[in-house]
Design a protein around this ligand. Sequence first.
Ligand code: ZN
Length: 347
Amino acid sequence: MYPVKIESKLFCTRHDCPYYHSLDNHITKDGVYTTKNDGVVRQMFKCWKGKHRFSETGYCDLFGKHGSFKEYEQMCKLSCYGLSVDQIADVLLKDTRTIATWQRSASQKANRFHEALCLSIALTVLSIQMDELWSYLKNKNKTLWVFVGFEVDARFWLNFELGSRTTHTTTKLVTRLKDYLGKLTRMTPLKVTTDKLAAYKNALQSVFTGHIDYVYLQIVKKRVKMRLITVKKCFVKGTEDDFKGKTQNTSYIERFNLTLRQRVSYLQRKTLGYCKKKANFKATLWLNLYDYNYRCPHKSLRQPTVLPGVSRFQKKWTHRTPAMAMGLAHAALTWRFLFVVPIPVTH
Ligand SMILES: [Zn+2]
């Protein structure tokens, strides 16, 4: 039983097997083994049609990459604390290229896992906030923008897109969001809040129209010399009545941006840590997405388990990750889970 609501069928992972990645195959558990490397028990499987055994490490791109699960996990954690590949290599006493390969493999798996999970179930999303963060690419003359889509109620990081600050990049992000929302008929229109960038309006219009019923609010902030003067609400689509409760703002995404800037060294301001290679940036973001959505409990999502004053020694709170609040998972996931969960590669 998986802690996530995903129907993942086991498949054969051996490249030279004629039933490689075939779902029409019978796979069963077949004993365990430990490696000299880390002494952690690993599961073996049997591919019945191909008549051979294979290890659960086949389900991650880290298979045969000369590291232990512990080292892979450490690499992921350090990446999410904002360390660069060089720094991680130094801490783990490995070659920089080794760490780069591990990071790429783990982030590709995180990407595949997130996409597969979000596309397998139509997500129940009531309100979305979008924003963009700037950073540099290669040198300080070239800016690179990170567009982020964020679900408000579950604090779920839906997706991101790297590129220039144009309608093109925004459309790519909005299209991903549209795919995640699925064909589910909506009870209430989807609430979208962004800042005043015109690209959002164009992207939403071209992508959502005819597919998703939405209302759209722009928060227009006016600053003079970095100081906030006025905040104006501009209802582009829909009226004030459509935005009930705490949804007439971009506060949630702005708080999330802070989390991101804190955790992704490429986004830290006034440092030399900006991105030199777009692929590395993407890899770090995917690892952070997994860490944020699936692994770490979010403080504001916790729920009280006992009535106040019952007992001092009882557990007071149930901690939840954004994915749990979203109804995608039953428990907080681990890095190890990401490595071994069977997600087929789709081409
Ligand atoms: Zn096989």
